[in-house]
Design a protein around this ligand. Sequence first.
Ligand SMILES: C[S@@+](CC[C@H](N)C(=O)[O-])C[C@H]1O[C@@H](n2cnc3c(N)ncnc32)[C@H](O)[C@@H]1O
Length: 277
Amino acid sequence: MAQDAGWSPQDADVERPSPARMYDYFLGGSHNFAPDRELAERYMQVLPDMPEIARANRKFLVRAVRALTAAGVDQYLDLGSGLPTQGCTHETARKINPSARVVYVDVDPVTVEFGRSLLDTTSGVEILHADLRAPQAVLDSAEVARCLDLSRPVGVLMVAMLHFVPDTDDPAALVAAYRDASAPGSHLVVSHATSDYHPETMREAASVYNSGATHGMNFRSRAQIGALLSGYELLEPGLVDVIRWRPDDDHDPLGGDVSRYNLLAAVAQKPSVVLAT
Ligand SMILES: C[S@@+](CC[C@H](N)C(=O)[O-])C[C@H]1O[C@@H](n2cnc3c(N)ncnc32)[C@H](O)[C@@H]1O
């Protein structure tokens, strides 16, 4: 039995590594258990850049939410949110608009339980334990009903999470379900791991991950990731290497080789006017 700080819900499976807690470990957090850390360490033997990749991903999330909030987006549905710490959506948005509202959704019960305790006294922010592969259940949830008005534009986040959805679960159809439920003018924020640059390394990395984690890793090509965004218009600069999405500094801990991030990112908008076909 994994032993750690006493914060996991009674019935949670903490023996099986979860992407949420491994990600927390990569970010330097403490909300993870020995099995999470062991698999994360094995993963880093194949991909030693992973902590920098995780940090670059969170920094992209911050830049994207900042840009959207500055443009007037005041409500967010953060799917596969992980822990609401270290540059999370509501804190970032509320620095610009203190009344911004957020629903966090994650499939990992430990992460959600801990998130609830963090957000206990924060109004206008909800956390929902759900699998985003059941879009109707998410969209019909009491948390979404209490917090968001889906008749108005919303920012939907799927940041570093679609690579946990295998092709057999039809990620394009899932993206489309959330797009169709969003008002015209809504946005989608995406980052997605890619195997384009280092296919052999990423194949090995996926096999380590898939050997134990609750959700397997599905790297995709730029073309496949782009195809997931159909029905949206990409904002500038398009689908790009994660540190190239509207950078706010020159800091590149991986020394200028963007391929080492193996992560593409984009922000896109559902058109306000649907053209007749
Ligand atoms: C790498 S973390 C990314 C966290 C956050 N979005 C970020 O970018 O900082 C991926 C998250 O997706 C969650 N996740 C994976 N599959 C999911 C699913 N089917 N439904 C909901 N959450 C899921 C994991 O539990 C994990 O917290």
